[in-house]
Design a protein around this ligand. Sequence first.
Ligand code: ATP
Ligand code: MG
Length: 228
Amino acid sequence: MSRIVEVRELRYVWEDGTEALRGVDFDLEAGETVALLGPNGSGKTTFALHLNGLLKPTQGTIKIDGLPVIERNLSQIRRKVGLVFQDSDNQLFMPTVLEDVAFAPMTSGLSPEASAEKAMDALRLVAMDHKANKAPWHLSAGEKKRVAIAGILASDPLLLVLDEPTTYLDPPGQRSLATLLSELPQAKILITHDMPFARMLTKEAVFFQDGQIAGRGPVDQLAAHFNW
Ligand SMILES: Nc1ncnc2c1ncn2[C@@H]1O[C@H](COP(=O)(O)OP(=O)(O)OP(=O)(O)O)[C@@H](O)[C@H]1O
Ligand SMILES: [Mg+2]
């Protein structure tokens, strides 16, 4: 098995002095899925933003598929890591839904036609193809989330990092996302407070607490241990 994520001694201090990550070690092998659990403010999103280089470690190292996450590797890294943001408004920026989802395939060198086709396929998977020509900022919260998910599906990454993907999704949407993700072969990091969703997709979890990984193991054991 090849190692998709290798994080060592990761520390991150925000500009206002908040120590969000205080020495995190984390590994993920190809094809593995892990749920990231833990209280509000424990550092999960800050951790996720390091995986494709959106934040630069204050200290420590990150490798994706053996490649150090440093400035000169960022375009390669971003093709390998598909990140769905906790807040979709930070993610969608093109004039139409279709252009937004086609953005990653376009930048990977596909023709405009092939990119649009890939984008439409991804939009169909999240049942948003009928909104392809709409402005992303006019969508409902759940629709935005679906489009953001389509955006990473269209880019075919090695690793999917989804930060609260079920927030705003209606119950059938949550179930179909779980089914969809369970059929994808890629490695996945699922940051979620939605325990039924986590249980549908993986048996393995990591528990964040105060900027550190306080435990890793079977979802049920961790949930019992941390009273989750
Ligand atoms: N832009 C920022 N500037 C300063 N501090 C921040 C910023 N973003 C987050 N923090 C702080 O960093 C810590 C970790 O926040 P983070 O968003 O990573 O938590 P989280 O585990 O994702 O929480 P949640 O479950 O609420 O999404 C918190 O103390 C938070 O207040
Ligand atoms: Mg968060």
